[in-house]
Design a protein around this ligand. Structure first.
Ligand SMILES: [Zn+2]
Length: 330
């Protein structure tokens, strides 16, 4: 943890200022182990392995802890980097562009292994704070600690330990895996200062009826319950069929016979998926099967989230015919 993160922290319980009570181990400028304490209520929060810990998985509601654990395993095992992450990220963040991050204090709600936190930092954000509930924070911290403007915090998105100082908050593919996506979104928006902006990307209900009908029962009843190492192996089978279909049918069809390709099932998304190699496709298939909780959000519901936070100039964009990107001003 970098000491200047203290400027952005606030007690998640009472909102009081957070102080560094003591640091027992420094590594370069990073506080590796120590204790933070609230000036107002005196509650203490540990810094372990360079990451301040405001949530204890052992004390958190079972459904949230299960989601955090399953995704945590994913982000400590699928730690690959991919040059396509930047384009993929900007696809989800539409209409935001790289230069939007310049000079901003940014909060990412659910950073996983930190790939988007890292991009935001590289694109010129003044400070970027990536939060997550699960073990993903260990990978995120390892991947970003060398960047002077990045901070990783372990906490619950419903109880964010921050002051309202952020210019921009975003959340990509995370809110729909929380028990109450709208409430998580409202919580994140609550840390953005007046005049700042927020982006969110969520699974759409529209066009995903086949997933809710055929994939969800398998995910809920089986694949999210088995051990992650077992799912890692087992998910290679559906990945193989996705890999062959996207590489042998969707990609060629979209290159040589666009009008025909447009009529293929789920074409926009599967054609997009076909641009990735095996490792990334395996990661995506695993991701779809590992989550204990997943909501598919209709446009109507999504619009109501933005109304709830009274956002201005809201833009809602339909992405790959299967998900929603939203952007607005607080
Ligand atoms: Zn407090």
């Amino acid at each position: 943890m970098k000491e200047r993160l203290l400027d952005l922290l606030a007690c998640p319980t009472c909102g009081g200022d957070i102080l560094l009570a003591y640091a027992s181990k420094y590594d370069d400028k990073e506080i590796m182990d120590g204790v933070l304490s609230c000036k107002k209520c005196s509650r203490e929060y540990k810094i372990v392995g360079g990451v301040p810990r405001f949530a204890d998985l052992a004390k958190i509601e079972e459904d949230k802890a299960e989601t955090a654990e399953n995704f945590g395993w994913q982000w400590t095992h699928f730690t690959q980097e991919n040059e396509q992450y930047a384009d993929q990220f900007l696809g989800w963040m539409q209409p935001v562009t790289r230069d939007f991050f310049e000079g901003k204090i940014v909060l990412e709600g659910g950073c996983g292994k930190g790939r988007h936190t890292k991009l935001a930092a590289e694109w010129g954000a003044k400070e970027v704070v990536g939060i997550d509930l699960g073990d993903g924070v260990e990978s995120a911290y390892a991947a970003t600690r060398h960047l002077p403007n990045v901070h990783i915090v372990q906490c619950d998105i419903y109880k964010l330990p921050f002051t309202r100082k952020f210019d921009y908050a975003f959340s990509v593919g995370v809110l729909h895996h929380t028990p109450d996506p709208k409430r998580a979104f409202v919580s994140l928006a609550g840390k953005v200062k007046k005049g700042g902006h927020i982006s969110a990307w969520v699974y759409g209900a529209e066009n995903n009826e086949w997933i809710t009908k055929y994939v969800d029962p398998v995910r809920e009843g089986f694949t999210s319950k088995i051990s992650q190492p077992m799912l890692y192996q087992l998910s290679k089978l559906p990945t193989l069929s996705v890999f062959l279909t996207t590489k042998l049918v969707y990609r060629p069809a979209n290159i040589v016979a666009k009008p025909v390709a447009k009529r293929l099932f789920y074409n926009d998304y599967l054609n997009h998926l076909g641009t990735f190699g095996w490792r990334e496709q395996h990661n995506i298939v695993f991701d779809h099967l590992v989550a204990p909780t997943a909501f598919y959000v209709s446009k109507e519901d999504f619009v109501s989230w933005w109304e709830e936070i009274k956002a201005k100039d809201v833009e809602i964009i339909w992405h790959n015919q299967n998900s929603w990107c939203g952007f607005g001003q607080i």
